[in-house]
Each structure stands twice: as structure tokens, then as C-alpha cells.
Design a protein. Structure first.
Length: 330
């Protein structure tokens, strides 16, 4: 009886042309390198590190065609440390990303643990290091990387404009404001030009204070090189203010790509803990999926500022850092 019922259901779906097409892709990054840190006192720390240029990961993503231009999607992505074999993101099973959603002609809605619109603008538009190597913008600039319990809506593109709206539930009983996150971005993309304006706000556990970050990110591809610019205006939990300016470029030369950037952090508090970072790096493509990389970054701290040179997954230990490693994507 079960076999007959299954056959009838299959034939019925096929006769109406309603059988959904689905696909699941396994993907990932394996990245490991040598990291050499040195602090202002000359003390060094040398080590093998995971995820220097890009965080090592394995992920699963899928899409099912529901008909009428509508599709169901999902992403489950787990980070790991290739130098030790341990899990990343504090041991979370799918700590990098975990969401499900619907996409169609009216846009896309996704729910789960996701990258904030602010982080994606900094990574993909403003920073030529793409938040990796010793030159990552995250050494000086706020990133607001991931948001738990987030609902995001992405609009279709109209006249080269699109937008993202994101809301992260704090999930505190009796007060929806506690631990809440809100963010969004507006994108203007016209051929080689990408201009993104984004904002992120995060409430503290009592909803008595919040951080607020606004970023204007610009990228332009001139052909022979790509120019990057970012300007961020920040307000911390203690209501102190700061801003950041980033300028950089990336330039391909055959199998080699050079990247460089300068970042200035201007602390507007009475402490005036300013800092600036210079960085340069290079990638050499061994194939479409494998490359070698190197990078150097140096931070000058003022008035007791304590910024350090990290990379894609490591916070760093000193005010200068040198990287040398390999990355493979699959």
C-alpha cells in the first residue's frame, strides 16, 4: 500500500510539473600559516596559526526551487582551527553561519546566525585585505561580525540600488530591547563602482547603553587596480566617540595580487588614544583554488592605546606582525 501511494504521489507531482529542483553543496577553506608577532618592547611570539588570510571552515549550502520564482535556501557553516583540529567560534557546531530562508522576486528573508550588513560592507567593499592577514581592518575598526537570532530582509535591485534590513532579537523575557541588535545597509552598484552606507546598533544586557557604528564604504575597479575607501563614525557603550579612515588598493600582476592599506583611528575621548596602521600583502595563485600569501602590518599606538596586529581569526599579540602561509578553497 505504501509503495502504491508513493507511486501515485510521484506521478501526480510529475504530471503537474511541480517537482521541485534542489541542490546541496559542500564547500570550505583550509588555511594555515606562520605568524610572527613583535610588541613595542621587542618581545616576539612565533607560531603556526589557522585561518590567517581566511577563516578555515567547512559548510553546507542548499537551494530548493519551490516554483513561481520562489526558492528555499539554507547555510550551515562550521569553523575549525587547522593547526590543532579544534572547533572555532568557541566550539559552536555551526559558529560561522547557520540560517534558513526564502528568496524570490520580492527579495530574500533569512533567519538565524548571520553576518551583519555592517561587517559585510567593511569586509567586501572597504577593506582590500578582506578582513585577513596582518593588514585586516579589524585591527583598528569595529567589525560587528555576527548576530544571533537575526531576521534579515534583502531587497531586489532597483535602478542599481538595493538594501538590507536586519534585526537581532535579544530574547530577554519582559524586555525586547535588552541585547537587541539592529542594522541595515544601502548599496549603489554601477559596474566597477560600489558605494555602501551601513549602520549597526547593539543594546547592552540592560538596554541602558548601546554601541552605534556607521560606515561609508567605497570600492572602485579601475582595471589595473582596485581602490578602496572607508569612513566609520563610532559611539561606544560609555558614549565616547571615535572615527576611522581607511584607504587602500589591490593590484593584480598575472598570478600575483598586491594589497596595501592605511587606517587612522581618531579617539575623540579625553584620553585621545589614537592609532594608525600601515600594511602590505601579496597573494600568489597556484591554481584557481590554491594560493600562497604573505603580509606585514604595523600599528603605532598613542597615549596608551593598546591595538595589536591580528589576522582573519587571531586577535594578535604585538604592534607588528608578519604572515606567511597557504590557503586552499573547495
Amino acid at each position: 500500500m505504501k509503495k502504491v501511494l508513493f507511486t501515485l504521489l510521484t506521478l501526480g507531482a510529475a504530471s503537474t510539473g511541480a517537482m521541485a529542483q534542489s541542490s546541496v553543496t559542500i564547500y570550505g577553506v583550509a588555511d594555515a600559516g606562520l605568524v610572527f608577532d613583535k610588541d613595542a618592547a621587542g618581545d616576539r611570539l612565533n607560531r603556526v596559526a589557522s585561518g590567517v588570510a581566511s577563516g578555515s571552515r567547512i559548510g553546507f549550502k542548499g537551494k530548493e526551487d519551490l516554483g513561481g520564482g520562489l526558492a528555499a535556501t539554507f547555510v550551515l557553516e562550521s569553523g575549525f582551527n587547522i593547526d590543532t583540529g579544534t572547533s572555532g567560534q568557541g566550539g559552536l557546531l555551526f559558529g560561522r553561519q547557520a540560517y534558513v530562508g526564502l528568496t524570490g522576486s520580492a527579495g530574500a528573508v533569512t533567519l538565524g546566525r548571520q553576518y551583519s550588513p555592517y561587517y559585510l560592507a567593511l569586509r567586501d567593499v572597504a577593506d582590500p585585505f578582506v578582513i585577513g592577514l596582518a593588514g585586516t581592518a579589524s585591527n583598528l575598526m569595529v567589525t560587528n561580525i555576527r548576530v544571533d537570532n537575526m531576521v534579515q530582509y534583502t531587497t531586489p535591485t532597483w535602478s542599481k540600488l538595493s538594501a538590507d534590513l536586519a534585526y537581532g532579537f535579544g530574547e530577554v523575557a519582559g524586555d525586547n530591547a535588552k541585547n537587541r541588535s539592529m542594522g541595515g545597509a544601502v548599496h549603489y552598484i554601477d559596474g566597477p563602482l560600489n558605494v555602501t552606507l551601513t549602520h549597526h546598533r547593539k543594546e547592552n544586557a540592560l538596554a541602558t547603553q548601546q554601541t552605534r557604528n556607521t560606515l561609508l564604504a567605497t570600492r572602485y575597479d579601475f582595471g589595473v587596480l582596485q581602490g578602496n575607501f572607508g569612513y566609520a563614525d563610532n559611539r561606544a557603550l560609555d558614549n565616547s566617540k571615535s572615527n576611522d579612515i581607511l584607504v587602500g588598493f589591490s593590484a593584480p600582476f598575472g598570478a600575483t595580487k598586491l594589497v596595501a592599506s592605511y587606517i587612522r583611528h581618531n579617539d575623540k575621548s579625553n584620553a585621545n588614544r589614537d592609532a594608525q596602521q600601515w600594511a602590505i600583502g601579496a597573494f600568489y595563485a597556484l591554481s584557481k583554488r590554491s594560493d600562497l600569501y604573505t603580509g606585514y602590518g604595523h600599528i603605532s599606538n598613542k597615549n596608551g592605546a593598546t591595538f595589536v596586529v591580528g589576522n582573519a581569526t587571531d586577535n594578535g599579540t604585538g604592534n607588528s606582525g608578519f604572515n606567511l602561509g597557504m590557503r586552499h578553497t573547495f
